[in-house]
Design a protein around this ligand. Structure first.
Ligand code: UDP
Length: 238
């Protein structure tokens, strides 16, 4: 029931790669559906949900520019990739009966709504999941920064960053068996020690707006719902 959960409105950030399954590229519909079920289980608790999905499973601006493409053009391609991911997630959520709106930082009226802050807030109040697509709409940014920006604008209580591991470690837990997980860590520590939570501009924005980031594993079934109810392991960045 709702009174078990202290959060009213949160933002879930996932990378594009979370949607590609074992394929190594693109979208894997069963994986998209699995994540949509995780989102639904939290939505069922009465929590208002914002989502930002990356585009790295399809295109990354930096990769394009490393291969000779003009950087800003490559970044716009990356932003378009996030729109595809957002539409796939919308489709999966709506097939589970969760009303969802995709709102884009770059207007493309035939595809989705343009981002208008007050309208997005209204969607949340009506218990629609809102997926913020096309990042910030600006090149040289990332979807992590977009997540922090939108979470601040929507007055979310926290950003939930779903990753492959259950928190922030002092070194890569995949490579080092003695890696230690932080229960809590400060934004300044994340910046000083270059802990790979989010890029520096996203961390600085979250710090300046007092927006905690909760890093948790998206591979753990029921993990998102569990963490919202105070169960499981995660790192809280504050
Ligand atoms: N991007 C951008 N501005 C933004 C957000 C994203 O230019 O505000 C571009 C950038 O090229 C980036 C790509 O979109 O590489 C995909 O986003 P991101 O790398 O954040 O995706 P993720 O790593 O989360 O899958």
């Amino acid at each position: 029931t709702q009174d078990e959960v202290t959060y009213k409105r949160v933002l879930l950030k996932i990378s594009g790669e979370a949607l590609m399954g074992d394929q190594g590229f693109g979208l894997h519909p069963p994986t998209v559906e699995r994540i949509a079920r995780e989102v639904k289980s939290v939505h069922d608790l009465g929590v208002e949900i914002c989502m930002v999905i990356g585009g790295g499973n399809i295109f990354r601006g930096l990769q394009g520019s490393a291969q000779g493409m003009e950087r800003t053009t490559a970044d716009y391609m990356g932003m378009l990739a996030t729109v595809m991911n957002a539409l796939a997630m919308q489709s999966a959520l709506e097939s589970l009966g969760v009303f969802t709106r995709v709102v884009s930082a770059i207007p493309m009226d035939q595809v989705c709504e343009p981002y208008i802050r007050r309208r997005a807030v209204r969607h949340l109040e009506k218990k629609r999941v809102v997926i913020f697509a096309a990042g910030t709409g600006n090149p040289y940014f990332t979807t992590d920064t977009a997540a922090t920006l939108r979470a601040s604008e929507m007055r979310c209580e926290a950003i939930f960053k779903g990753t492959k591991v259950d928190g922030v470690y002092d070194k890569d837990p995949v490579k080092h068996t003695d890696a230690k997980r932080y229960d809590t860590v400060t934004f300044d520590e994340v910046l000083q020690k270059h802990l790979g939570v989010m890029d520096a501009s996203a961390i600085a924005l979250a710090r300046d707006n007092h927006l905690p980031i909760i890093v948790f594993s998206l591979d753990e079934p029921g993990g998102f719902r569990g963490i919202l109810r105070g169960e499981g392991t995660y790192t809280r960045v504050t």
